[in-house]
Design a protein around this ligand. Structure first.
Ligand SMILES: [Fe+2]
Ligand SMILES: [Fe+2]
Length: 319
């Protein structure tokens, strides 16, 4: 049986945000609406192609703050859904022991700790979204954006006997990518309450990333040749789905702040092209690719070729 001290969740009772940071439950943005919308909420920088686009410089601070806030709300809402609809579905499969004999029961049950964390993250993230929407008078989204359905459609298309593996791989990609996504948003944010919330989330996600990386090493070792080729095809598709670009959503935002149609299309073309670019995805999922490399995934020529075709690896260079 696996020793307790090997668990990435060692100390979880004392350190998980749900207990260590209970104040996040009442996430609140102090200050009046006028004060809050008058201070700059974002940081210019190369990390955010959208907010840094020259076409937005002609907008006033209130409009730029509103744009930043609307995209932050989108990020938070996607995060909330990812936690309970995507990651926790994967966590259920793990906890039910569906990943094969190589994953010991104690490790499988750790997925329920992760499940608990994600429930709390979903809650405080949804609270934060609501608070930002109130300040900036942003309407609640009616349904999920494009990303969540794109991920779900990928799993739904998997053969019945691969469903558990497909869900696990989705969880693995999501949980090894999320730390970078959170850090990127923190870098672009100039608001301390948002920073504190994201940092608390990040601290849990470092543990989750380690956990899923460890699980992956066991699952991969247990796959036969056809399972590896299947996983090798699905992983780049999952990475792509996590980067689904929503042009219509961004077009709506730009129209709301009064950007003319030609300028708006220039912004959308540039940012959309950048989001879809393999180099961008490689940077965002660097941690995921490192885990795959460590597990020897790219030693398999057929699997490697699938990553090269997706633009996530160079043909001639070692990872
Ligand atoms: Fe989370
Ligand atoms: Fe997580």
């Amino acid at each position: 049986m696996r020793k307790v001290e090997e668990s990435p969740f060692k100390g979880w009772i004392d350190t998980a945000a749900v207990r260590a940071k209970p104040s996040l439950t009442d996430f609140d943005l102090s200050g009046s609406v006028g004060e809050l919308s008058g201070v700059q909420w974002f940081v210019f920088g190369a990390a955010d192609d959208f907010m840094s686009h020259p076409a937005l410089r002609r907008l006033g601070m209130a409009e730029r703050n509103w744009l930043y806030a609307a995209r932050l709300v989108q990020f938070l809402d996607d995060m909330t859904l990812t936690e309970h609809r995507i990651v926790n579905t994967a966590a259920q499969r793990v906890a039910e022991g569906r990943l094969g004999a190589r994953v010991p029961e104690a490790l499988a049950l750790d997925a329920l700790k992760l499940y608990t964390d994600e429930g709390y993250h979903a809650w405080f993230t949804a609270q934060a979204s609501r608070a930002v929407r109130e300040v900036f008078r942003i309407e609640a989204r009616e349904g999920p954006g494009l990303k969540i359905p794109a991920i779900e459609a990928l799993v739904a298309a998997a053969p019945a006997e691969r469903q558990d593996l497909a869900w696990f791989l989705v969880g693995f990609v999501g949980e090894t990518m999320i730390t970078k996504a959170i850090v990127d948003v923190m870098r672009g944010s100039a608001h301390s309450a948002i920073q504190a919330l994201l940092l608390a989330h990040l601290e849990d996600e470092w543990v989750h990333a380690k956990y899923f990386a460890h699980l992956f090493s066991l699952v991969w070792a247990g796959l036969d040749v056809s399972g590896r080729v299947y996983a090798g095809g699905l992983l780049p598709a999952i990475i792509g789905a996590f980067h689904t670009w929503d042009a219509a959503f961004h077009r709506q935002l730009l129209a709301h702040v009064g950007l003319d149609a030609a300028a708006s299309e220039r912004v959308l073309d540039k940012v959309g092209a950048e989001t879809g670019r393999a180099a961008h995805q490689r940077a965002r999922c660097a941690n995921t690719l490192q885990v795959l490399e460590r597990c020897g995934v790219f030693k398999d020529a057929r699997v490697r070729a699938q990553f090269v075709t997706a633009g996530l690896l160079d043909r001639d260079r070692p990872y």
